[in-house]
Ligand binder design. Structure first.
Ligand code: GLU
Length: 292
């Protein structure tokens, strides 16, 4: 299989040094392997995505010397594809609607019988307030899928459907130095991740669902991205197993931090590539700054 990787930014702010590192690393790995580097615009959050940020992404990446095949995949044009996948998961009794507010989840998770609240890749682990009983889950799956409510993955049923564990090959390094064959057990998924939202009310999909569907649609063989997404990869390999999609290899890379050691955020304009460009930096200066 041809080595295929991608850079998948969300056009919700300027690209910063951390994005430059991720994109350059993915591109370099593709060139070294004689493979393909793709660009995908992850713009499902229409309340935050802006055409001007997208234009700036194209501009900054081209300035850095990156090239990619056109047309690029744009997630906002693929909502129908995600809906079909949600229909399938719904019919299999793996999803349920959830009307809990953030505050409901906080107070349920803080209830004394729950022990100390636990955090997963999406924040507080859902305490299961709206999760149906087994009989109710089966009945629910025979009804039409609600399209106006957030839908959660029933992690207990999902793990039962895929077996005791899922796994992936780490070609880079996780935040704790994890490398090689990484196993993710059903227990880790149910206790460390829980019932995550797969369809958000405002988008009709979610980052986790779209990224998995699109990595498969683009035949990605190597996902290159920051260590901040290492925990989320457990969700992604589970979804691949549930949807019978191939598992790409993953290369999680170190995070670029500001001088105080803090992870860069979209709002950190001081480290935006555009700012360095204005100040006269060259693409090789940017490479040097990120240690490439
Ligand atoms: N769109 C995601 C972001 O901007 C990255 C997704 C990924 O690389 O899997 O953080």
């Amino acid at each position: 299989m041809t080595f295929t990787t991608r850079f998948a930014p969300s056009p919700t702010g300027p690209l910063h040094l951390g994005h430059a590192y991720s994109a350059l690393l993915a591109h370099d790995l593709a060139i070294q392997a004689g493979g393909t580097f793709l660009l995908r615009i992850e713009d499902i959050d229409l309340s935050r995505a802006r055409p001007e940020w997208e234009a700036m992404i194209f501009n900054d990446l081209a300035w850095l010397g990156l090239a990619w095949p056109e047309p690029v995949m744009r997630q906002s044009e693929r909502i129908g594809v995600y809906q079909a996948v949600l229909d399938d998961l719904w019919a299999r009794g793996l999803l349920y609607p959830c009307t809990c507010s953030r505050r409901d989840i906080q107070s349920a998770a803080a209830a004394p019988q729950e022990g100390a609240p636990m955090f997963g890749p999406d924040g507080l682990i859902y305490p299961g307030t709206c999760r149906p009983t087994e009989a109710a889950a089966n009945a629910l799956s025979r009804r039409n899928r609600p399209t106006d409510l957030p839908l959660r993955l029933n992690m207990t049923r999902a793990t039962a459907a895929v077996g005791e564990e899922v796994g992936f090959t780490e070609k880079g390094q996780g935040p704790e130095g994890e490398a090689g064959e990484i196993r993710v057990t059903a227990w880790q998924l149910t206790h460390g991740i829980g019932d995550i939202v797969l369809a958000r009310r405002d988008m009709g999909t979610s980052y986790h669902l779209s990224v998995v569907v699109d990595d498969a649609a683009q035949a990605i063989t190597r996902v290159v991205r920051g260590q901040d997404l290492f925990e989320a990869t457990a969700i992604h390999v589970l979804l691949q197993a549930l949807l019978d999609l191939p598992h790409p290899d993953y290369h999680h890379h170190r995070l670029i931090r500001d001088p105080a050691g803090k992870r860069l955020a979209k709002r950190d304009d001081a480290r935006a590539i555009a700012r360095f460009r204005e100040d006269g930096a060259s693409p090789s200066d940017i490479r040097a700054m990120v240690g490439l």
